[in-house]
Design a protein around this ligand. Structure first.
Ligand code: SAM
Length: 279
C-alpha cells in the first residue's frame, strides 16, 4: 500500500457538517483574516481590559480578544455554537454565556467593560439601545453594522442620512466610522456592505436635555415629516402661535427642515417645554 490513498479521503468534521448559518440570527461570519486583524487593532485593547463580546459566533474575534485582554465575557444565542465555544474556552480567560443578549441582565456586570461585536444586523437597534442604557459600565462600544445603518448613526446635520437615530446615539456617544467592510469578507456574504464603528460614551451629554424622553419624542416627531418646515412640524407639539414665538426666541429659522437642525437646536427646543413657556 505505497499509494497515498489517504489524499482522497476527506476527513469531515461532523460538527461543521451539521452546521448551517441561520438568517434569523443574522449569521454572517467574518472569514477574512485581514478584517479580523483590522478590527482587533482598531479596538485599542490593553492587557488590563475586560471585554463583553456580543455574538462570538465561531470565535474568530474571541480568540484574538482573549490573547489581548484580561477577560472576555461572550454572549452567544445559537444553540449549536454556544456549547462548542463553551468547550473550546473552558478553563481560559473567556466565559461563554449561552444566552440572548437582549434578555441577559447587564445590571450585575462589573464595569468598566469594552463592548465588541459583529452585530446580528436584524437586532442592531435594540442592542445599541441596551448598551447605551448601561453606558456607565461600558466606556466604548465597537461594532460592525450594515454600512447604510452605520452611515445613519454618524450622519451630521444637512445630510439625507441624518435622522432620529443619529441624534439619539450622538447624544450619548462620540461616534466614528473607522472603515468599511465588503460583503466578500463574510460567509455567507451579505447583500450589502458593512462598516466598523466606535461609540465612545460621553461622561455627560454635550448639551443636556431637562427631559430626555421629551427630547427624543420631539426629534422623532420632526423627522417623521422630513419634508415639512420645522415651523409646521413643531406646531403639532407647541401650537402654531407658540411655535412662532419659540423659534424667534431661539433664533431658529422657521423655514428650516428637520435635517437642518443640530442636536443642540433640538435640545434648546426641548428645554423650552411648552408647559414652561414664559409667554
Ligand atoms: N462574531 C462572529 C464573527 O464575526 O464571525 C459572528 C458574527 S454574526 C454577524 C452575529 C452573531 O450573533 C452570530 O453568532 C449569532 O448567532 C449571534 N446572535 C444573534 N442574535 C443574538 C442574540 N440575540 N444574542 C446573542 N447572540 C446573538
Amino acid at each position: 500500500m505505497n499509494w497515498p490513498f489517504y489524499k482522497f479521503v476527506t476527513v469531515r468534521n461532523p460538527s461543521s457538517a451539521a452546521f448551517f448559518p441561520k438568517k434569523s440570527l443574522g449569521q454572517n461570519f467574518l472569514v477574512n483574516p485581514h478584517f479580523q486583524q483590522k478590527i482587533i487593532e482598531a479596538c485599542e485593547l490593553r492587557p488590563e481590559d475586560v471585554v463583553l463580546e456580543i455574538g462570538p459566533g465561531k470565535g474568530v474575534l474571541t480568540r484574538p480578544l482573549a490573547d489581548s485582554v484580561k477577560k472576555v465575557l461572550a454572549i452567544e444565542k445559537d444553540n449549536f455554537l454556544a456549547p462548542q465555544l463553551e468547550e473550546e474556552f473552558a478553563g481560559t480567560n473567556v466565559t461563554i454565556e449561552h444566552a440572548d443578549v437582549l434578555k441577559y441582565p447587564f445590571e450585575p456586570l462589573p464595569g468598566p467593560m469594552k463592548v465588541v461585536g459583529n452585530l446580528p444586523y436584524n437586532i442592531a437597534t435594540p442592542i445599541i439601545e441596551k448598551v447605551l442604557a448601561f453606558r456607565h459600565k461600558f466606556p466604548v462600544f465597537y461594532m460592525t453594522v450594515q454600512l447604510e445603518y452605520g452611515d445613519r448613526i454618524v450622519a451630521k446635520p444637512g445630510s439625507k442620512k441624518y435622522g432620529s437615530l443619529s441624534c439619539f446615539v450622538q447624544y450619548y456617544a462620540d461616534v466614528q466610522k473607522l472603515f468599511n467592510i465588503p460583503p466578500s469578507a463574510f460567509s455567507p456574504a451579505p447583500k450589502v456592505d458593512s462598516c466598523f464603528l466606535s461609540l465612545h460614551m460621553r461622561p455627560k451629554p454635550v448639551h443636556p436635555a431637562h427631559d430626555e424622553e421629551f427630547l427624543f419624542m420631539l426629534i422623532r416627531a420632526c423627522f417623521s415629516q422630513r419634508r415639512k418646515t420645522i415651523r409646521n412640524s413643531l406646531a403639532a407639539v407647541y401650537g402654531k402661535e407658540d411655535t412662532g414665538k419659540l423659534l424667534e426666541k431661539l433664533k431658529i429659522d422657521p423655514r428650516m427642515r428637520a435635517e437642518d437642525l443640530s442636536l443642540e437646536d433640538y435640545v434648546r427646543l426641548a428645554n423650552q417645554n411648552a408647559s414652561k413657556l414664559p409667554f
